[in-house]
Design a protein around this ligand. Structure first.
Ligand SMILES: Cc1ncc(COP(=O)(O)O)c(C=O)c1O
Length: 447
């Protein structure tokens, strides 16, 4: 079945070009996460977004796009989702920051903790990095050990030194910190044992995304967490991306896993800044102030950690997830996209040039060149063609509650049509079709 839709031909990026030419003199990197930077997009793309509603967003030149990554996967219901906005507006009228905790903190703490199987306490944060770094800190304090273990393949856990110092972007991180992070292969019990045996009695915690691009054996986490505990380490499950996506509240339930700590962010407040560290009381209480005579752990302490309207956004988001079939809807959207992609690639004989990765809750796309090798030049070209056809696509679809089957059909039509240019480029080279430079890896040693 050929996917057809009336597709735009977006060519006017005049205001975006002006924005791009100025922003780097004001903001290092031009954005507040490197994943949104100009080096992650073709030149024929929006430099900045003025507003968004549902699954559509608009750029400086008034061009309209179907959104696919949804605020780096943080928008799980839809942009400016009215029931969330209504609750936020109500809260804003009451003030956003006080000299003592606000009562909404208690409401959220009780509700979130009840949602996470096996966890008793919670600490809020404004960013995911703060939550993962807090997990590392409390694990070190609890175990009295210094090393942190993380999965080797997963791209990002924190901009803090313990993580970023273990990537190619390690400039500014002391060697003494870099040497405290070790890695192991995701989803590989043998490699986990190997790592513990190489650092006996030294590893405080193991931190990883519960699932990413591959299927996890049903009993993997039972075995993996047992291994960590046998070696005296804490298991931290980073649900930043999987939370409210694989299941409700996340993979911790879907995979029947019992990590000691978990970190949450992104989709849990529909794009508002509300993140959290949850965990077992035995560990989390170390961050408390009611153990006279015990050493005090300065766990997370931030002026904006209790900002009321972001917490209200979280509560409203939970209301929708609990009263409506959000997870089922989002997975149906993902399945529809995967089926449509396979149909297009089969029909066009392009299966060797695209890798469909992940699951119905997050669908990634690998793009290959004429030699069938993963290639950023061809990836940039494909992004350019999708953007031209009105789809803001970086190679990941993060389905949300506002995506409809019709939206996905539109995206598939844009995909199908973009393949025409891609096929030509396989014949005569991407250079003939790509305008401007190719994208670069986010984590790289040099600019
Ligand atoms: C798995 C994972 N953990 C942690 C983070 C850090 O979250 P934030 O960007 O909110 O600091 C991210 C961000 O992309 C992430 O993907």
């Amino acid at each position: 079945m050929k996917h057809s839709a009336t597709l735009p031909n977006i060519t006017n990026f005049a205001k975006s070009d002006v924005y791009r030419s100025r922003i780097h003199d004001l903001i290092p990197g031009g954005a507040h996460t490197y994943s949104k930077g100009d080096d992650q997009f073709p030149i024929h793309s929006p430099a900045a977004i003025t507003h968004a509603k549902g699954v559509y967003c608009w750029d400086l030149d008034g061009n309209k796009y179907l959104d696919t990554l949804m605020g780096l996967t943080s928008v799980s219901l839809g942009h400016a989702y009215e029931p969330v906005l209504a609750r936020v507006r109500e809260e804003l009228e009451k003030g956003s920051n006080f000299s003592r905790p606000s009562t909404i903190e208690h409401e959220m703490a009780e509700r979130f903790v009840n949602l996470v199987p096996g966890h008793d306490m919670i600490k809020f944060a404004k960013n995911g990095s703060t939550a993962t770094t807090a997990a590392v800190k409390i694990a070190r304090a609890y175990t009295g050990r210094q090393l942190v273990a993380r999965t080797a393949e997963h791209p990002f856990y924190s901009y803090d030194d313990w993580f970023i110092g273990s990537t190619d972007c390690d400039l500014g991180v002391p060697d003494s910190v870099k040497s405290k992070t070790v890695t192991f292969k995701h989803n590989d019990l043998e490699d986990l044992e190997r790592m513990f045996n190489e650092h006996p009695g030294e590893i405080a915690c193991v931190l990883g995304e519960p699932e990413k691009w591959q299927e996890i054996e049903p009993d993997f986490y039972k075995k993996a967490i047992d291994i960590a505990h046998k070696h005296g380490a804490i298991w931290v499950m980073d649900e930043m991306i999987t939370g409210f996506k694989t299941d409700y509240p996340g993979s911790i339930k879907r995979l029947n896993a019992e990590p000691d700590l978990a970190t949450w962010g992104k989709g849990i407040a529909n794009g508002f800044s509300f993140c959290a560290l949850t965990g077992k009381k035995e560990i989390m209480q170390l961050g408390g102030i009611n153990r006279p005579g015990e050493p005090k752990l300065f766990l997370v302490s931030t002026t904006h950690g209790g900002e009321t309207h972001s917490i209200a956004a979280g509560l409203a988001t939970m209301d929708v997830f609990e009263s409506e079939p959000v997870i089922q809807h989002n997975h149906k959207i993902g399945d529809h996209f995967i089926n449509g992609l396979n149909e297009i690639l089969d029909r066009r004989g392009l299966q060797d040039y695209f890798d469909i990765m992940g699951f119905n809750w997050s669908i990634g796309l690998g793009i290959r060149n004429a030699e069938k090798q993963p290639d950023l030049d061809y990836r940039t070209l494909f992004m350019q063609e999708m953007i031209k056809r009105g789809v803001l696509y970086q190679g990941i679809l993060s389905p949300c509650y506002s995506h409809t089957i019709e939206d996905i059909d539109y995206m598939l039509a844009a995909f199908d049509d973009s393949c025409v240019v891609f096929e030509r480029a396989l014949e005569d080279g991407y250079e003939k079709h790509l305008v401007g430079p190719s994208i670069k890896p986010v984590f790289r040693k040099f600019n």
